[in-house]
Design a protein around this ligand. Structure first.
Ligand SMILES: [Cu+2]
Length: 67
């Protein structure tokens, strides 16, 4: 499980876009979005960098948190 901090994820629409981007990168991924903390928790077999790139491509730069 990875945690990404996504600073410009500010509303439900953003959260939906981020979740869609994660699912597009890995259909098997499960994503939990915490809009208040602006964090996406992702369960995926892909490398964190691949998920990060997909989120970024959707317009949301993120930073990976170590957990
Ligand atoms: Cu938004």
């Amino acid at each position: 499980m990875y945690e990404f901090e996504i600073q410009n994820m500010t509303c439900g629409h953003c959260a939906g876009t981020v979740e869609k981007a994660i699912k597009a990168a890995d259909p098997e991924a499960s994503a939990t979005i915490d809009l208040t903390a602006r964090i996406a928790r992702v369960q995926s077999t892909l490398e964190p960098a691949a998920i990060k790139a997909a989120i970024e491509k959707a317009g949301y730069p993120s930073s990976l948190k170590n957990i």
